[in-house]
Design a protein. Structure first.
Length: 251
């Protein structure tokens, strides 16, 4: 297997006497989707924030493409090749789909010496935005105002904006939340299309989607990892079924 693009090494986060995340390690590889699952309060979103730089770990290390990025700001980690989505959709509602994606692309393509030029005239920015729109399946919705598109399309737009920054690693926090069946299926197909060129971590409560998408799973309860393995191994794990899937463990 190729070297991990993103690694958490015994990462912990304490808030006073509370260990929100305790000694968690995982590796994300290009071409794989690694799902992190667990009940509410398990520490999944806290772990995502530790990997993205939104929180600094109390102990442990985070490595991105061979760099120790522990304690780096979210902006610096993003520029090093990490993109993430949030539980709450984070887009510019008054702007069109195209304007949202172009602004994200502009954050990578513009230079201080070019500030007198119209942003819409930069070919590199436009090409990056076009590519992101195509990958996210939103080319035909480019002129729609973000506030008027469906919830599922808004989630696609958030991912398109992330893609426009050129990440190698994607952290996706509940991308299917609140979706109907057809929207969820479109999102599943989108994530499968993105898989080959990215290392991806998926935090999601939709177990059907998780088991359809994930190559590897990590199961967390109360901030700790209780199991890790393939979907088949996790399905068969008695401890996981007892702690997370709601089934009783039998000897």
């Amino acid at each position: 297997m190729t070297e991990a693009l993103l690694s958490a090494e015994h990462v912990s986060k304490r808030f006073g006497g509370l260990a929100a995340v305790s000694e968690v390690s995982l590796d994300l590889h290009q071409g794989q989707i690694h799902a992190v699952i667990g009940p509410n309060g398990a520490g999944k979103s806290t772990l995502t924030n530790l990997l993205s730089g939104d929180l600094a770990p109390t102990s442990g290390a985070v490595r991105l493409a061979g760099l120790n990025v522990t304690g780096w700001s979210p902006e610096k980690i993003s520029r090093a090749g990490l993109g993430r989505s949030y539980q709450k959709t984070n887009i510019f509602l008054p702007f069109t789909v195209w304007e949202n994606v172009r602004l994200a692309a502009q954050s990578r393509s513009q230079h201080a010496g070019r500030w007198l030029h119209l942003a819409t005239g930069f070919a590199d920015t436009n090409e990056r935005a076009e590519r992101a729109l195509e990958l996210a399946g939103l080319t035909q919705r480019r002129h729609a105002v973000a506030a008027t598109i469906s919830h599922g399309e808004q989630r696609q737009l958030e991912i398109a904006m992330t893609l426009a920054t050129g990440p190698r690693v994607l952290l996706l926090d509940e991308p299917l939340a609140g979706m109907g069946t057809m929207e969820a299926e479109r999102m599943v197909q989108l994530l499968l299309r993105l898989k080959a060129e990215h290392a991806m971590m998926l935090v999601e409560h939709d177990m059907d989607a998780v088991f359809a998408l994930a190559d590897q799973l990590t199961v967390m309860v109360n901030g700790e990892v209780i199991a890790r393995g393939t979907p088949a191994e996790i399905r068969a794990d008695i401890g996981v079924r007892a702690a997370y899937l709601g089934e009783e463990a039998h000897p």
